[in-house]
Ligand binder design. Structure first.
Ligand SMILES: C[S@@+](CC[C@H](N)C(=O)[O-])C[C@H]1O[C@@H](n2cnc3c(N)ncnc32)[C@H](O)[C@@H]1O
Length: 295
């Protein structure tokens, strides 16, 4: 009997071998893949991506605002304004309590100043506070410089902080009423970690809003958009900012970002309640606003 059992075990082991080999090969491949991140169309070691993204934004910081206007023909201002108006519902005009805003990857401060202005002009709110968090001190320096020309100059209501949006280490749990991020999250090495951090820092009832480039669905428009993005944008980067590579990366990073549905599912995965389909396309899907609520 024992002899037969041993024989059966030996045969079973022999049968399992090719599967084991296949399984361990695919496991090794996926482990190797897991250590790489997209930097535009290039695959780079995960630990290098943050440094490369840092280089891009340090390089574009001083020309960032003008390039944004030129490349989007000013449309980015309309998109940001639309997101701020959409967030109106999160400003709870009747609650009477000042809010804590957080604008992650806030760069030169467009969304941050816009939100504070909106709260002030629409609700006479001159108490709510804003944290502008960005991983890049050069971008924040531009934001602080711009802030000096606003009514928030030297005000304790606005704070600029160097923070990695994937961790938000200095931001306490459950402390934020409204979290915004515009054109920043696609640069994260680990987008899901960024969404998890957003969920952690938000108060229950808080609103998450992300404005990001997205996917144009119509094939003809998508073709024309690609033509514009891949030929005109790097050329403009070269002519205006003498920096073709950074603008090439910006275009590639847009194409690598998950589409509207996938990104909405990542927001759900972080724990947010996502109302309806979870997003609104802007300009045929060139950009999209995603919303989430921490219940
Ligand atoms: C395209 S700019 C957007 C700036 C601004 N939100 C706007 O809409 O004009 C992207 C910003 O994301 C920042 N960023 C990239 N990776 C980040 C990270 N892991 N954490 C925080 N900020 C990050 C960059 O430094 C840069 O300022």
């Amino acid at each position: 009997m024992v002899g037969i059992e041993l024989e059966i075990k030996a045969i079973a082991n022999r049968l399992r071998q090719p599967f084991n080999r296949l399984f361990s090969t695919s496991l090794r491949a996926s482990n190797e893949e897991a250590k790489l991140a997209d930097f535009g169309y290039r695959k780079v070691p995960v630990e290098q991506k943050e440094k490369l993204v840092h280089g891009v934004f340090s390089s574009v910081a001083s020309n960032y605002d003008i390039m944004n206007d030129v490349m989007s023909m000013g449309i980015h201002r309309l998109w940001k304004c639309h997101m701020i108006n959409k967030l109106d519902c999160g400003m709870r005009p009747n609650s009477g309590k000042p809010l804590q805003f957080l604008d992650v990857a806030g760069g030169t401060g467009d969304v941050a100043f816009g939100l504070l202005d909106h709260a002030n002009e629409k609700y006479g709110d001159n108490e709510s506070k804003m944290i502008v968090a960005d991983i890049n001190p050069d971008m924040l320096k531009e934001g602080e410089r711009r802030c000096l020309k606003t009514r928030y100059a030297n005000s304790p209501r606005i704070k600029f902080m160097v923070q990695n949006g994937e961790k938000l280490e200095s931001i306490p749990d459950n402390s934020i009423d409204v979290y915004t991020i515009a054109f920043g999250i696609r640069n994260f090495t680990n987008i899901q970690a960024g969404l998890d951090a957003a969920y952690r820092v938000m108060k229950p009832g808080g609103i998450f809003a992300c404005l990001e480039f997205s996917q144009v669905h119509d094939p003809v428009l998508s073709y024309l958009y690609d033509l514009y993005s891949f030929s005109c944008l790097p050329m403009m980067g070269q002519l205006i900012a003498n920096d073709r590579d950074s603008y090439e990366y910006l275009v590639e990073s847009i194409r690598k970002f998950p589409n509207q549905e996938k990104f909405a599912s990542m927001i759900r995965k972080a724990g947010f309640y996502v109302p309806g389909k979870g997003y609104e396309d802007l300009t045929f899907g060139v950009a999209a606003i995603h919303l989430g609520v921490k219940l």
